[in-house]
Design a protein around this ligand. Structure first.
Ligand code: NAD
Ligand code: UD1
Length: 350
């Protein structure tokens, strides 16, 4: 495996994954419309690598394009052919990811996440590239608060975003079934990706309104927001606040490389794999750890529960650990330290 296409590679998880792929000697083609990112993240990825004397200039090809437009994807494959660098696999991050926006703009979500993926698969077939890693989400599960979620648990999304992710998983499964000897497809169900690369050069750079807890914690610590509103203090959890499985974005990025290696070494298959730590952290614990590790204050107050929330969402990650030869190695303290480092070095984002 030498050349990989990364859709949405300028985004949060994509940029960290590009870094890991380049560090491991792969050539990458990135297609991104920059609807939720900018090319600066890729420039920063290159800077990180130059600082450790990795030559990236000839290894990364960034193309502005929209996966809703099939000819944009075809263009990338054509460029790769001209350069004599056949794209052998795709890591597919491009998509819209806000639960609330998906309720307000469902058609945009179906168009982007589902139509975009269909365009991608058609183009991959055309260029005889049949190795695919897809960004799915734990949001596809019907949450079960009393135990860890495993890949065989019932899927029953409750918002349009989750439905688009599950629909794509099903389309990919049907595609595999139609040509079982050809496709290798892994759907990675992420739990809660947070943190930043330890250099502080790249991190999460949310554009628009922020709903997720972690970017809000760093904003409050920066004094850009007065407090965290904790949604519910009466959940059936260790301290009454919601429990989630927060995974360091670099562990997640490394999981993608492991998934690529696994896919290409094994027989053709379709597989769904949880990427989480298996460890639950409550909102209160998260805030307290962030305060302690970074010696800052994060004021909070309690609000009513948020509609659609669950008490606890934590991964059973035994499948990933057993087949991918992958282990998350960074803990919640590292998440707090690295995310804060990124925030301090980039107070206004990219
Ligand atoms: P992100 O928004 O930072 O990255 C997505 C990237 O895709 C952005 O750079 C955006 O500009 C690009 N993009 C969107 N639509 C596009 C299109 N039509 N054509 C080309 N580029 C397009 O999000 P992220 O957090 O890095 O998430 C990456 C993927 O992982 C998404 O598919 C998301 O649904 C999924 N996911 C994310 C989380 C999370 O909490 N961050 C959790 C589970 C799953
Ligand atoms: C949310 C999405 C999920 C998506 C994930 C990653 C919902 C219902 N779920 O997950 O589909 O895959 O983001 O993008 O939107 N919290 C507060 N105050 C806040 C924000 C959050 O107390 O201002 C709490 C929540 O109640 C929850 C925890 O913090 O217990 C984590 O919330 P969040 O970061 O939004 O992630 P999820 O809800 O797990």
């Amino acid at each position: 495996m030498k050349s990989i296409l990364v859709t949405g590679g300028a985004g949060f998880i994509g940029s960290h994954t590009c870094l890991v792929l380049l560090e491991n000697g792969l050539d990458i083609f990135v297609i991104d419309s920059f609807i939720n990112s900018s090319q600066i993240s890729i420039e920063k990825v290159c800077l990180v690598l130059k600082n450790v004397n990795v030559d990236v200039e000839s290894k990364i090809h960034l193309i502005k394009g929209d996966i809703k437009v099939k000819s944009d994807i075809e263009k990338v494959f054509q460029i790769s052919q001209k350069l004599n660098k056949k794209i052998e696999a795709v890591i597919h991050f491009a998509g819209l990811k806000s639960v609330s926006d998906s309720i307000l703009e469902p058609i945009s979500y179906w168009e982007n996440n589902v139509l975009g993926t269909i365009n991608l698969c058609r183009t991959m077939e055309k260029f005889d590239c049949k190795n695919l890693v897809f960004s799915s989400s734990a949001t596809v599960y019907k949450a079960k608060s009393n135990r860890l979620l495993n890949e065989n648990d019932l899927c029953e999304p409750i918002n349009p975003y989750g439905h688009t992710k599950l629909t794509v998983e099903r389309i990919l499964h049907h595609l595999f079934n139609s040509k079982k000897s050809e496709w290798r497809i892994a759907c990675l169900r992420y739990f809660n990706p947070v943190g930043a690369h330890e250099s502080g050069y790249i991190g999460e750079n949310p554009l628009g309104k922020i709903y997720n807890i972690y970017p809000q914690i760093t904003r409050v610590a920066m004094g850009k927001q007065s407090e965290i509103k904790i949604f519910g203090s009466d959940w059936q959890t260790k301290d009454g606040t919601g429990v989630r499985d927060y995974i360091h974005v670099m562990d997640l990025a490394e999981g993608h490389l492991s998934a690529l290696i696994y896919l290409t070494e094994e027989k053709p298959q379709f597989i769904t794999i949880n990427l989480g730590t298996g460890i639950g952290t409550s909102v209160l614990e998260f805030i307290r750890i962030f305060e302690k590790v970074n010696n800052v204050e994060v004021p909070f107050s309690f609000e009513n529960r948020r509609i659609g929330d669950n008490a606890s969402v934590v991964a059973d990650n035994s499948l990933a650990k057993s087949i991918l030869n992958w282990l998350p190695t960074r803990n919640i303290e590292d998440i707090c330290k690295d995310g804060w480092n990124w925030q301090l070095k980039n107070p206004n984002g990219y």
